[in-house]
Design a protein around this ligand. Structure first.
Ligand code: 10E
Ligand code: SF4
Length: 316
């Protein structure tokens, strides 16, 4: 009871902009929805199409069946590859099983795959800056297993030992924190003067914009709420970026997950959402906050995002 009365109060909500869906997520969800319309349910999807519990549940209700591995899909069925990408071995397995594959890999992830193919094809060892247990990284490493070394942090960058230190390159997971990734790349550049790599980084426009937007509002807030699922790398990075600005920040899947005790004494709340979190969840969160007292909403100014990716031909 006390938590409810303590949470009451007049508040200002600062919405970070841009937030929520990116072009790659929009496209991946569209791919599954269109595949169900065109080919009928069930449409199988390998892994979560994007790392968001609400998106997965909504697509399940429409007829998507999520599987962990290709061998769970009955031969001849339609299988969608998730936005995070897959290894060439997974593609080959789906082909061998006679599945009709539709690839929802984000084109910006595919771009990193082709960089890795290019570098390893000419004999370089590639340092892949990223989280080894993440599906995007698993997929990218699979382009040249044995010639890609995952580098998770500065300490790993300081000790990594490639076969030939004169023939090395680097690439990145697309959803890293910009400042952390740059630090790691800096250590690698210093250790390997001939290191090849992207012009700046491989962190995508959506990750970059969402991190800049939350950083811009964080210092003005008593608390930042990031809407997103716990396995969403880019959403977790938004929490960490806000925390590094010195503000308390929490990740919530939806309004129902907000711990009322965290709202005690909080007058200005910053809200953002990861690239895989549906925009309606942010609206619902603001609506729920307004049930605790008058809320004024202010939205930060940002460059509009006008990026759209074309759909795979199987569903266009
Ligand atoms: O865990 P991530 O942030 O990589 O994925 P997500 O599904 O939460 O958001 C979309 C990002 C993708 C597909 C990876 N570039
Ligand atoms: Fe593509 Fe970036 Fe979105 Fe990932 S976060 S799906 S790389 S646009």
């Amino acid at each position: 009871m006390d938590a409810w009365s303590d949470a009451l109060g007049e508040r200002e909500v600062l919405l970070a902009s841009p937030r929520s869906f990116c072009a790659g997520v929009d496209r991946a969800i569209d791919v599954v929805a269109r595949a169900i319309d065109r080919y009928g349910a069930p449409v199988y999807v390998r892994r979560q199409i994007v790392h968001n519990a609400h998106v997965v549940r909504e697509l399940e209700q429409r007829g998507a069946v999520f599987v962990t591995e290709v061998d769970e899909v009955p031969p001849g069925q339609v299988l969608v590859f998730a936005a995070h990408g897959v290894t060439p071995a997974v593609r080959a397995e789906a082909d061998a099983r006679g599945l009709s594959v539709i690839d929802a890999t984000c084109p910006l992830v595919s771009k990193v795959h082709s960089e890795v193919r290019r570098y390893t094809g000419r004999g370089d060892t590639v340092f892949l800056i990223g989280h080894g247990d993440h599906e995007e990284v698993e997929g990218t490493v699979g382009e040249a297993p044995g010639n890609v070394i995952v580098v998770e942090d500065v300490a790993a960058a300081a000790r990594v030992a490639p076969r030939d230190p004169g023939r090395v390159a680097y690439a990145m997971q697309t959803t890293l924190a910009i400042d952390e990734a740059e630090q790691i790349a800096g250590v690698l550049r210093e250790r390997f003067p001939t290191l090849q790599g992207p012009r700046r980084d491989d962190i995508c426009y959506a990750t970059t914009n969402r991190q800049q937007a939350v950083r811009a509002i964080a210092r003005e807030c008593d608390l930042v709420l990031v809407v997103g699922s716990a396995n969403s790398s880019n959403s977790v990075r938004l929490v960490e970026v806000a925390q590094r600005e010195g503000v308390e920040a929490l990740l919530v899947d939806d309004a129902g997950q907000v711990d009322l005790r965290a709202l005690k004494g909080v007058r200005r709340i910053g809200i953002t959402a990861g690239a895989s979190a549906p925009p309606h969840l942010v609206d619902e969160l603001v609506h729920c906050l307004s049930g605790l007292g008058p809320v004024t909403v202010r939205e930060s100014q940002a460059e509009p995002e006008n990026i759209h990716f074309t759909l795979p031909r199987e569903v266009s």
